[in-house]
Design a protein around this ligand. Sequence first.
Ligand code: AMP
Ligand code: ZN
Length: 665
Amino acid sequence: MEIKKQIEQLRKELHQHNYNYYVLDNATISDYDFDMKLKELQALEKKHPEYYDPNSPSLRVGGAVTKNFMTVVHGQRMYSLDNSYSKEDLEDWEKRIQRILGDVEVAYTCELKYDGASISLTYEDGKLVRGLTRGDGIQGDDVTNNIKTIRSVPLQLQGDYPKKFDIRGEIVLPFEGFAQMNEERIQNGEEPYMNPRNTAAGSLKLQDSALVAERPLECLLYSIVGEDLGLESQFEMLEKARSWGFKVPTVAKLCKSIDQVLQFVEYWDVHRHQLPYETDGVVVKVNSLQHQEELGYTSKSPRWAMAYKFKAEQVSTTLEEITYQVGRTGAITPVANLEPVLLAGTTVKRASLHNADQIEKFDIRVGDTVFVEKGGEIIPKIIGVDFTKRPLDSQPTKYIDQCPECGTHLERVAGDAKHFCPNEYGCPPQITGRIQHFISRKAMDIEGLGAETVELLFREGLIRNYADLYSLTKEQILPLERMAEKSAENLIKGVAESVQIPFERVLFALGIRFVGETVAKKLAKAYKSIDALQNATKEELMQVDEIGQRIAESVVDFFGNEVNLEIISRLKAVGLQLEISEDLLLNQSDLFNGMTFVVSGVFENVSRNELKKLIEDNGGKVGSSISSKTSYLVAGDKMGPSKRTKAESVGVPIISESDFMAMLN
Ligand code: AMP
Ligand code: ZN
């Protein structure tokens, strides 16, 4: 009983801290203390699986994997919205409303139109039971596991909430987090994501919820549906939802006339650029729910609501110069240098031109007056040329054919839009980029060494690759600019300490193209040592879960290169972790190689996730549905009868938790 109380108390506290931090934006505990409490809860939950709670705050870190998202019919359809673009459109709409309602006073709630992925959440007895994507409006995909990792989604409500209801809203990815994600992708040699909205929508459909947990998604709510809710207006609905613990933006405003609505629109058309996430308009809703009911729906959208779309902001300016950037992987990005111009509240001097095709398609030339737009993307883009203003002596842009940094002839691979510099080991930004990636926080995390120092060390001829870091001496670096006794010592110490970094992170640090953090983990787990990985063929690599042809080829290329092999042997010599350490291997085996298990029901001594982990750690696969390919069905308590029937009909052996443990031991 004591333990149960302790667990409940911790859950309650953590729910509250999550709420303070992610909904109210007002933390009352340090990150460290929060982590400690979370760890304590996780340890207790692990020891006492009998107190499992599907809505425990410990689930925020994710872990559950959804192989196939189930399609579920919405309790009430999720409609689209009608669009309007002018004062006249809104006035026409008001006339249509008044024809139906008669001559009554109509008030409107104005909200912002958040640009993300729509979501419908179902709550029962104050607990989140399901999250569905909008899908086609009639039915959506069950993405509950992923939704639970979003910190601003309450798992447990507070206050006077109704027994059962759905609440709708938008999953958004704030600009800042989006920019950070892209920075990491570029670092890993991956294409950056196009815009926050698509990335938010894509996140909801990731199979591994632990990956979703790492993304800084937010959930903004705006509408409750259900029966006997005891609510009278849209505005009250927003306030109520907020009081139960939902994140409901406070910008909503109650307006008494279309004129007031227009004032709201004008205000936000300008001020929206200060918001942390993308908005693409205003949603105007008839406030009274009684009125809403009378107005009803057309086949597509409610008659009681109207979206007012902001115009994408656009300006024109002169293109002064096209410059070319060389990334860590050698990819060339053309950049438009513009005559500075004010756009969406900031001064814009540069815009991305993406690649040679883009320049050719729009026939963009230096000296042109170009149209620049800022949409969901962070970096503004050029969307066209004002040909009426083209200077008479204008010349077509000739894309560079030599690397601007090292002069090597550029290459272009079929299917890749970008040119790249093939001089991997002689091109300065590629050399320093690789070393900077190697020392970065998620890779070797070398304290005392930063990106600028790497450039300095390279310029001074002290390092040419990351293995060189390990032979640096204090005497060599002390004479450098801005280098003091203390900082030199820290640098040497940081480098020396990095030999402790585990294999999977070393593998990521090597900077193999397309091998990001997750892929590095997968490869480390599958091959366990760099020697084994080095000997793997493309075909073998492609057998590893989620490793496709592109990654496999890149890995084979990397180890096929003499320079890399020499660097790796030097890293080995200084003692870097180039295989999985003994402790990690201790609980792993190949026992279940080639076997697929389906796990169903509730277990006595382990949680379902722990059971799955045991299977995977020992080389097995976890399947989501039973087929003739399933090796075993591990049946716990409360397993659905249909699973048993299915297993029996296709001849899959059914084993209990203790049978499984016996196999394992
Ligand atoms: P559309 O997809 O352009 O027809 O617009 C309808 C979508 O706008 C809805 O499905 C919602 O996902 C989204 N939306 C964003 N903000 C709001 C809001 N405040 N009220 C209603 N819908 C919104
Ligand atoms: Zn180059």
